[in-house]
Design a protein. Structure first.
Length: 472
């Protein structure tokens, strides 16, 4: 979890919503230490789905347990009592909401309370009705929480504000790339929901669904949700650099290439709105030889210059792109492509991609090369197929076999492909877009661990971990 939080921190993320249940206390410790703000959430549904038969007997005990356990964590700045609960706006639901919020205030009067609400769990007539009806419905909910938490409703923020001028809004769930759909516009709006935060001082933030891919909420052949900003290996996806350009104060520029030939991660049709266009951040596209290729540069710099093999394709100003999506079209030419971010006349950052050659070796890179001999600590090893110059080869995948020598074990293995039916255990894994991932755990004997990898075609790689006896 620390590694995952570090990845989120890289992109400028400063807050996490725990969805939709209390998390491990160690995660809250990390949020305290690393400077994240936390919305601590007690429940998903109330008297529906899995908690229905427990609610009456257990809601008070479970909610109190979370509040008392977590109230001394400085990272927790808000409580949430539910997510997309049933019968929103109905008298029974409003009574339960009052009861839960009041209980939080009784146990901890120092923090505001919200509930993640959304328009789908309302009567069909209201979902398809007028804006005025929706506003009146939402007012009843807003009167019973301290901050109005809304899932996928940024298209109605201004209507809510006009009717409730003293109400603060929190985007408790938002799409990662597109803005929400209006009932009158059946289409995707390439305007990130972050702009509804940036442009309205009464909207205090957004939480993207989801930060990290997870298992479940899907259908075969997928085994999980693949529309996160980070995959299950902890590898950042190209769309995460859009978030970084919106959230970070540090200069950033990043090239992401639209690739219609890219194998898509299978998702059920109903999840379509959570997807971003198929994008990759490399420059190895033989299928586009002699064709135009489209790409986007994500940046928070004043301008970006695009250069391919020392030929400039000009400089474009961010102010001309209200959605922060600077899109380019150019003939695909193998070699080097470089995006230079400038503020005024000063170059402040750049991102360069190089076309890969033939597969040459496997690169193993561990995030921790020294571990204590406690039989507990772990190292995350990223495995990459590279060419002779160390460039990732993203368009050829290989079955990689791992061997670990020394007192330790391979704890888990993955490649981020949620359509793969390979086990997370064992010593073999197929690369996905040129990469896979191994978690190694130390034993109790000081010395060295040698992790070796091999694949067809003579591809080899290794990394060494030092295991040290802890001092008493």
């Amino acid at each position: 979890m620390k590694r995952r939080l570090q990845k989120l921190k890289e992109m400028g993320c400063n807050s996490i919503r725990f969805a939709h249940n209390p998390m491990a206390p160690e995660l809250l410790d990390l949020c305290d230490q690393m400077g994240f703000l936390v919305v601590d959430e007690a429940f998903d549904k109330w008297k529906s789905l899995f908690y229905e038969h427990l609610y009456d007997e257990w809601w008070e005990k479970d909610l109190e347990a979370m509040l008392l356990r977590d109230r001394n964590h400085p990272s927790v700045f808000m409580w949430s009592v539910g997510n997309e609960v049933e019968n929103q706006g109905q008298p029974s639901m409003l009574k339960m909401l009052e009861q839960l919020v009041g209980f939080c205030h009784e146990k901890d009067p120092t923090r505001p309370v919200t509930c993640a609400l959304e328009p789908h769990n309302t009567p069909i007539s209201l979902r398809e009705g007028s804006i005025e009806a929706k506003v009146e419905h939402t007012k009843q909910l807003a009167q019973r929480v301290d901050v109005l938490g809304l899932n996928y409703q940024e298209q109605w923020y201004e209507h809510y504000r006009a009717a409730m001028p003293d109400t603060l809004i929190l985007g408790t769930e938002t799409f990662p790339y597109y803005r929400g759909k209006d009932n009158r516009v059946k289409g995707y709006l390439p305007m990130n929901p972050w702009f509804d935060v940036a442009n309205h001082d009464y909207v205090i933030g957004q939480f993207v669904w989801s930060g990290i891919d997870y298992l479940g909420e899907t259908s075969y052949p997928s085994k999980g949700w693949s529309s996160g900003l980070i995959d299950t290996c902890g590898f950042r996806k190209p769309v995460s650099y859009l978030q970084q350009s919106l959230w970070s104060n540090q200069p950033v520029v990043h090239i992401a290439v639209f690739n219609e030939h890219m194998k898509s991660e299978f998702n059920p049709t109903w999840t379509m709105h959570w997807r971003s266009p198929a994008m990759e951040d490399h420059w190895t596209f033989p299928e586009y030889a002699g064709k135009l290729i489209r790409l986007v540069t994500f940046t928070n710099c004043e301008s970006v210059e695009l250069i391919v093999n020392d030929e400039s394709y000009g400089e474009r100003k961010l102010v001309d792109y209200s959605n922060y999506l600077i899109v380019w079209e150019l003939p695909y030419t193998p070699g080097e492509i470089r995006a230079v971010g400038r503020n005024g006349n000063n170059k402040v950052c750049e991102h360069e991609l190089t076309t890969a050659g033939l597969p040459y070796a496997l690169k193993l890179e561990a995030d921790r090369v020294i571990l204590p001999a406690d039989g507990h600590e772990i190292s995350h090893v990223e495995v990459t197929v590279i060419d002779q110059n160390g460039i990732i080869v993203p368009n050829q995948n290989f079955d990689v076999t791992f061997k670990l020598q020394g007192d330790g074990r391979i704890l888990g293995i993955d490649n981020g492909d949620l359509t793969s039916d390979e086990s997370f255990k064992g010593n073999e894994r197929r690369t996905h877009r040129g990469r896979c991932f191994v978690v190694v755990q130390s034993g109790y004997v000081a010395g060295e661990l040698l992790l070796q990898a091999s694949a067809d075609g003579g591809l080899l790689g290794e990394t060494r971990l030092k295991i040290e006896q802890e001092r008493k």
